[in-house]
Design a protein. Sequence first.
Length: 332
Amino acid sequence: MTPINARFPSYRPRRLRRSAALRDMVRETTLTPADFIWPVFVMDGEDGEEAIPSMPGVSRLTVDRVAKAAVEAHALGIPAICIFPYTPLSARTADCAMAWDMDNIANRAIRAVKAAVPGMAVMTDIALDPYNIDGQDGFVEDGYVVNDRTVEALVKMALAQAESGADILGPSDMMDGRIGAMRQALESEGHQHVAILSYSAKYASAFYGPFRDAVGASAALKGDKTTYQIDPGNGDEALRMIARDLDEGADMVMVKPGMAYLDICHRVKAEFGVPTFAYQVSGEYAMLQAAAANGWLDGKKVMMESLLAFKRAGCDGILTYFAPEASRLLQG
Ligand code: PBG
């Protein structure tokens, strides 16, 4: 059979795959610890931690331990940490007032990390689900997550986080108009340097299950989030959300989940050319860890391959629970 490629044998692609040195020379994309934002779960108490069964290898940490972990992560070259608070069902309320309390565990953790390692960027999450009795990202009235009243609460939450020293705010709520409202409030309250990394293309995904266990929302959550998060069938809509959030004052944007949405990552970067992040979410992490624990996949290899794929798709960085382990591997 004649080869399909008429240039064969002058063109033998395998020449450049023959040795590690040649492969290193022509590799188009690489990973470094600077690509990672590390999401951590913080809980009340002192000098303690609690394993999260659906996320093997991840624990909720008390504030002091989050600060210690941040020091170690920074030493590994990880530039940013993202803080998620755990709230038990008993501490959740209908008015979600804890969300903008300066002394809630998220705000305490922001201050502790900034004090322990000032050079590390601290990112937050803005949504009511860690505090809400309904487990929803916004206030529920007559079974519907209401928009404008929720945005008012989210703005208060954003200001408390900025006041606590957060460098990057991460609105993950998918309410309409929240980025503009937050940006305006930040400007008028003297926080013009605080960046917003908007969860702009956030899908109504089943891959968030383990996260909801981690922040204590699973037990509280009634219904789903399909009236505000994007339908997994839509791609153009994600681009419209990105355009809208940039227009309202977002500095960086996110696609979430990650691995099943690499087409969206690629389209976003190609279309807008802005700093683009993907969130390799809890369910993706759990899937890879489960397969590795069973000996079905090589855990380290699939971890690195999955992370590299985000960079190849066009992402500037990745929120990943693998950040410390991957950084340790990269540092040899
Ligand atoms: C809350 C929020 C979620 C995640 C980040 N912020 C869950 C959700 O929307 O239900 C998911 C992260 C993960 O699964 O790792 N607004």
